[in-house]
Design a protein around this ligand. Structure first.
Ligand SMILES: Nc1ncnc2c1ncn2[C@@H]1O[C@H](COP(=O)(O)OP(=O)(O)OP(=O)(O)O)[C@@H](O)[C@H]1O
Length: 233
């Protein structure tokens, strides 16, 4: 579904991604792992074209996204939830969801508000609350639910477990597993190995903008030296 091929991405003169390549197949949940500053967020932004790779290709559904405006990338079926939750704080939960609505898309799971309320029961209880009166975890859930209103084929979640209470982290893991069971393809960026292992089928480890490991969690566990070298656990 997604093939990132040899991308080099920069902030000014600083080269952040150094020839990064990986593939994501339909229906997979894949975790991008790596320490602070490894390049996980930049990878997601490079897929979305919020950072434009200087070389390399980002193939999605057989089209190269490099150079496309970010809104077109979103319209082509990639939902992106950045680290800093961006809900509309003056709008209610219902209104926030409506903002995300896009037509249904061939080959992608289709979400109605009622289905989303089944998956995110906390949001159902707060449907008329304004965003600013919600906890960090609820805002994170609302950002994900709003993104799903766009019926994406692929969902990119940047550090979904970051900065939320442990009980909500567990809910978040269950939510991602439910999305997977509906057939959604998901890429998460994580520093929390425990969380990543609970939700993902495969791990890609990034360090210094390069891929250092790509495989199952069983393989990763069989090589503790890789974990020790590239992850803070
Ligand atoms: N807007 C920016 N301008 C300049 N440098 C940046 C910018 N954003 C990130 N960087 C640098 O790019 C590198 C990769 O950052 P990135 O955010 O992709 O890492 P990350 O693996 O997602 O880590 P984190 O968990 O901190 O988000 C870091 O060295 C960071 O300082």
């Amino acid at each position: 579904m997604l093939e990132v091929e040899g991308i080099h991405s920069f902030y000014g003169k600083a080269e952040i991604l150094r020839g990064l390549s990986f593939r994501i197949a339909r229906g997979e949940v894949v975790a991008l792992l790596g320490r602070n500053g490894a390049g996980k967020s930049t990878t997601m932004k490079s897929v979305m074209q919020l950072v434009r790779p200087r070389t390399g290709r980002v193939m999605f559904q057989d089209r190269d996204l490099v150079g496309a405006p970010a809104f077109r990338v979103a319209k082509s079926g990639i939902g992106y939830v950045p680290e800093d939750r961006r809900i509309f704080t003056d709008l209610t939960v219902m209104e926030n969801l409506e903002v995300g609505r896009q037509p249904r898309r061939e080959g992608a799971p289709e979400w109605t508000v009622d289905q989303l309320f089944d998956i995110f029961p906390n949001l159902a209880e707060r449907r008329t609350n304004r965003g600013k009166h919600m906890s960090g975890g609820e805002q994170q859930m609302l950002t994900i639910a709003r993104t799903l209103m766009g019926n994406p084929m692929l969902l990119l979640l940047d550090e979904p477990s970051e900065g939320i209470a442990p009980v909500i982290v567990e809910e978040m893991a269950e939510t991602i597993l439910k999305l997977k069971s509906e057939g959604l393809t998901v890429v998460i960026s994580e520093q929390n190995l425990h969380f990543a292992r609970a939700v993902a089928d495969r791990a890609i480890i990034i360090e210094g903008g390069e891929k250092k490991f790509d495989g199952s969690f069983a393989e990763l566990e069989a090589h503790p030296e890789i974990r020790d070298a590239y992850l803070s656990v």
